[in-house]
Design a protein around this ligand. Structure first.
Ligand code: SAM
Length: 270
């Protein structure tokens, strides 16, 4: 079948964003996005695969979950509806930490708290290698399973611990990186397919979304070296309130993401 006919059929079947359709073609045809324009013919086997995934997208399933993986900091990270698909903003936070470790190359201990798929810890380890000793933890057994899987496929050695926040965590860290659940229940801004397909344990938090920041403000100091940093991702309206929670004993710095949103709060233990 010619590409244009196939593309039209898949687009009308999937009823999804055209960028998702681009990625779907790239994954099925095993090509780069820049090579899409050169495709003229789609063979029968690839067409069947495209229809299979298009039917999933039609049900509202996010592309990462349909494919079973996403790309994060140049790494392949396996996901499903049981763990959060790591987002672009989290790549920014991870890159920030990687840059800091590589700019001041001495061995550091890093805790990836609320690790989900394991994307943050796996990516830091992959880039910083022996400079970073990584512990990744989460309360969810699915998150633990996916973190183990992602460490294995990315060939990195990290410690993986099932823990309710700090309960099973011992010792001190140079960096605690955390993207906790922070959406308040009933938030009308949450997209329907996110609410339907991603784990609520990863999305929602009591106390208007602030519960985990509150726990961190009370307990992180017991797990950070002096000069150690707690690197947080926060909801798009939360940065100032979160920074305020850490005003005693810490220095705080709010950083904007690529879209100019106050998205990260970096908290240094004095
Ligand atoms: C927003 S997701 C972040 C996942 C991953 N770090 C990322 O950025 O893609 C939050 C994670 O916190 C975990 N979580 C929820 N409650 C927790 C708790 N009490 N203790 C530890 N982890 C928890 C969820 O299972 C989920 O994996």
């Amino acid at each position: 079948m010619d590409y244009v006919t196939c593309r039209n059929k898949i687009e009308s079947l999937a009823n999804a964003d055209s960028s998702d359709i681009d990625w779907l073609f790239c994954e099925v045809l095993k090509i780069k996005r820049s090579e899409l324009a050169r495709i003229k013919i789609i063979d029968k086997t690839d067409y069947k695969k495209l229809v299979y995934y298009a039917k999933k997208l039609k049900r509202g399933m996010p592309l990462s979950i349909a494919l079973g993986f996403t790309e994060f900091c140049d790494n392949t990270i396996m996901v499903s509806s049981k763990v959060l698909t790591p987002r672009f903003e989290t790549e920014e936070l991870t890159s920030l930490v990687i840059k800091e470790i590589l700019n001041n190359p001495k061995p550091v201990k890093v805790l990836d708290l609320c690790c989900g798929s394991g994307a943050i810890g796996v990516s830091i380890k992959k880039k910083c290698k022996s400079l970073a000793n990584i512990t990744s933890s989460d309360i969810s057994r699915h998150a633990i399973k996916f973190t183990k899987k992602n460490a294995k496929i990315n060939k990195v050695d990290i410690h993986i611990i099932k823990s309710d926040m700090f309960k099973n965590i011992w010792g001190h860290f140079d960096y605690i990186v955390c993207n906790p659940p922070y959406i308040s229940y009933g938030d009308p801004e949450v997209q329907k397919n996110v609410n339907e397909w991603e784990p609520h344990l990863a999305l929602y938090a009591p106390e208007n979304g602030y519960k985990f920041y509150k726990i961190l403000s009370q307990q992180a100091k017991n797990y950070l070296f002096v000069g150690g940093k707690l690197c947080l991702e926060v909801g798009h309206t939360m940065a100032k309130t979160v920074a305020q929670m850490f005003k005693d004993n810490y220095a705080t710095n709010i950083i904007k993401d690529i879209n100019g949103i106050e998205r990260f709060v970096i908290i240094t233990k004095k």
